[in-house]
Write a protein that binds this ligand. Structure first.
Ligand SMILES: [Cu+2]
Length: 163
């Protein structure tokens, strides 16, 4: 009886170790950037500028996406300049402008107001995040692993108990 319970826990332990290792691999392994990037699509985003922020102030796209930004100034004249991409546009209140570009560089890029619009103007910034959606795919992988791990663990214990 003692031998039986020892074998049971040993097998269970091995299963746990294997799946914990796999989970760590899925969570932290570096992945080739292009492997998980979705099919490039057109992303049309309306950005509103007002003293002294942008709405939205975070824009997420995937590398390769065709980005279309409709920029509207809500109070006074504002500009939109994207660091790293060198994209710039200006809008007067009531006269939205449009800029288009292909997000061909991955990373985080600040966008800022390029028209001096008041005391807090230097703080009128947002962030463009260009990248594949790896956190999403890692989460999917971890969920699948957890499900399979639970099944295998249950099955192992059943087989052992049946012997
Ligand atoms: Cu401004």
């Amino acid at each position: 009886m003692r031998v039986f319970s020892q074998r049971l826990s040993q097998q269970g332990l091995i299963v746990v170790v294997v799946f914990v290792s796999l989970s760590l691999l899925v969570a932290f392994a570096p992945v080739p950037v292009d492997a998980l990037a979705g099919t490039p699509t057109t992303r049309e985003i309306t950005v509103e500028g007002r003293m002294f922020d942008f709405s939205p102030n975070v824009i997420r796209v995937n590398k390769g996406d065709h980005v279309v930004i409709d920029f509207a100034a809500m109070d006074v004249v504002h500009g939109l300049y994207v660091d790293g991409y060198g994209i710039e546009t200006e809008a007067e209140p009531g006269v939205p402008t449009r800029v288009e570009f292909v997000a061909d560089k991955a990373g985080k890029f600040r966008y800022r107001c390029s028209v001096s619009c008041g005391a807090m103007h230097p703080f009128m910034i947002g962030e463009l995040i260009v990248g594949p959606n790896t956190p999403f795919w890692r989460a999917v992988g971890l969920t699948l692993l957890a499900a399979v791990g639970a099944l295998v663990f249950t099955a192992t214990n059943r087989t052992e108990a049946a012997r």
